[in-house]
Design a protein. Structure first.
Length: 121
């Protein structure tokens, strides 16, 4: 298994897909990195030689990914919570941040649904 930025990428997958195992790299960024590194998109990760892996590593270094990106995102969230912005207060309460409805859905952030007893007639 090849290691890029501390992440093991699977040998049996195409390199285009294998790069997406790194946090912060999606399909479009993966294609851009491979194009800049002059590596065939359809090659399997296990078939890459050391020269190609080195070129890919050099291209990946140009982007903010993995631990740095995670740290940056958490710092942004903490800043919003400290200045008591609308998004920050939603983060504190564990509610959806980006304007989604809460009366019907959003169970992943609000937790398990609470049963309300039937009202007497």
């Amino acid at each position: 298994m090849a290691r890029i930025k501390g992440v093991d990428i699977p040998n049996n997958k195409r390199i285009e897909i294998a790069l997406t195992y790194i946090y912060g790299i999606g399909r479009s960024l993966s294609n851009q990195i491979l194009k800049d590194a002059n590596v065939n998109i359809n090659k399997r990760a296990g078939e890459l030689d050391n020269d190609e892996l080195g070129r890919i590593r050099d291209e990946v270094e140009k982007y903010t990914i993995e631990g740095d990106l995670r740290r940056e995102i958490t710092m942004n969230i903490k800043t919003k919570m400290e200045i008591n912005s609308y998004e920050g207060t939603r983060h504190k309460k564990g509610l959806p941040v980006r304007g989604q409805r809460t009366n019907r859905n959003a169970r992943t952030r609000k937790g398990k649904g609470k049963v309300v007893a039937n009202k007497k007639k």
